[in-house]
Design a protein. Structure first.
Length: 372
């Protein structure tokens, strides 16, 4: 065994030891030793995050009765004896859920042995930019259920940390992010939807006889056969086109003046373009963005490129019950690039503790990040 492999094996054993120790409420002296160990090398951070990721994914499977040994054996036997018949979808007058958890495997899917994490952290010499990258389990396919045309408007919503996918009567699909509310009003001549709050991705089936309109606060969106993301935040709306084209028009907001620089009345966006409508005002042109990064939430990820730590923390707080609070203002401006699992705050805390001059205090009701 060469020196590199031997050293990585030693680091892996140390990481596993620290992971077990940290689960037993270490005292202040042990925590100080752990923080020192993390800062010794980026390899220490990488190995510890890898152990944490494996433990988290195994825990998910262990807690899910669908993945007990008996259930898995029964599933394999059933699939082996499958005669190829298909079950009929249940139908009612409303849009039906495809999935409430994008990451949970659908019936009939196989488990993939995809564990581990890839981390790239510049732990030494950090001044303004810190990167962290690791991969999570690939979301599994979900069963599709189609509904009939609803006779009245349908309210679709998600709670804090919840995500939901629904297929509409025309075959279009909506993915709802955390804390989102959408109203769907279909008729024989129009498809009108309204995003009251939150974020949603629309995969639209084109129908020239029934235009697809989305009301998103200060923005009015007309689909031209496409896939796009809408994020409503108060009096602002962020529209990102993933495929195809959309027309984005500004619409007035009661009690809000757009001023002299209201921008054009309408913009036509293509794939990979994004526009933010603030207080009813459109910019002069759309911005080019990474569409995969903009929709990382569909993969249960939080993705940023050279974004302030304060923004990353705010994104984490969209999905987790225990809020993270950056109590030292200057820390909020530290730029970070990377991909994070939405619900893996433990790994994020480990990452924060690896930064020079950053301290983390974990309380029962919140996590405090401060300058040491």
């Amino acid at each position: 065994m060469n020196s590199y492999r031997r050293n990585r094996k030693v680091v892996a054993k140390e990481a596993a030891g620290w992971f077990v120790a940290n689960r037993k409420s270490p005292d202040a002296r042990q925590r100080e030793k752990f923080d020192h160990w993390l800062r010794e090398s980026p390899d220490h951070v990488a190995e510890y995050l890898g152990v944490s990721q494996v433990s988290r994914e195994l825990g998910r499977l262990e807690d899910d009765p669908a993945f007990s040994l008996d259930t898995l054996l029964e599933r394999v036997q059933a699939e082996a004896a499958d005669d190829g018949g298909e079950e009929e979808d249940e139908e009612d007058d409303h849009a039906q859920p495809i999935s409430r958890d994008f990451g949970r495997p659908a019936r009939g899917s196989r488990l993939l042995p995809v564990f581990g994490a890839l981390v790239a952290v510049a732990a030494a010499g950090l001044v303004a930019v810190v990167g962290l990258h690791f991969f999570t389990l690939t979301p599994k396919p979900t069963p599709v259920v189609t509904a009939q045309v609803p006779r009245s408007p349908v309210h679709i919503s998600t709670g804090h940390g919840e995500q939901l996918t629904r297929r509409l009567a025309d075959g279009s699909v909506i993915h709802l992010n955390s804390d989102t509310e959408v109203i769907v009003a279909y008729s024989s001549i129009a498809r009108d939807l309204s995003v009251k709050r939150g974020q949603a991705v629309f995969e639209v089936v084109h129908d020239a006889s029934r235009p697809f309109h989305v009301d998103a606060g200060p923005a009015a969106i007309v689909d031209i056969g496409t896939r796009f993301d809408v994020y409503v935040q108060g009096e602002s709306a962020l529209v990102t086109v993933l495929e195809g084209r959309v027309s984005v028009k500004k619409q007035p907001i009661a009690g809000v003046s757009t001023g002299k620089h209201a921008g054009p009345p309408e913009l036509l966006l293509g794939a990979g373009e994004q526009v933010r409508i603030d207080n009813g005002a459109l910019p002069d042109a759309a911005a080019h963005v990474d569409a995969q990064q903009a929709t990382a939430w569909l993969r249960h990820e939080i993705a940023f490129e050279h974004q302030p730590l304060g923004d990353v923390v705010a994104e984490f707080n969209r999905y987790n019950r225990t809020p993270i609070e950056v109590v030292t203002p200057e820390l909020r401006t530290i730029e970070i690039s990377g991909v994070f699992a939405q619900d893996d705050t433990d790994s994020f805390i480990v990452f924060l503790r690896s930064l020079d001059g950053v301290g983390v205090e974990v309380r029962e009701d919140r996590v405090r990040v401060y300058r040491r």
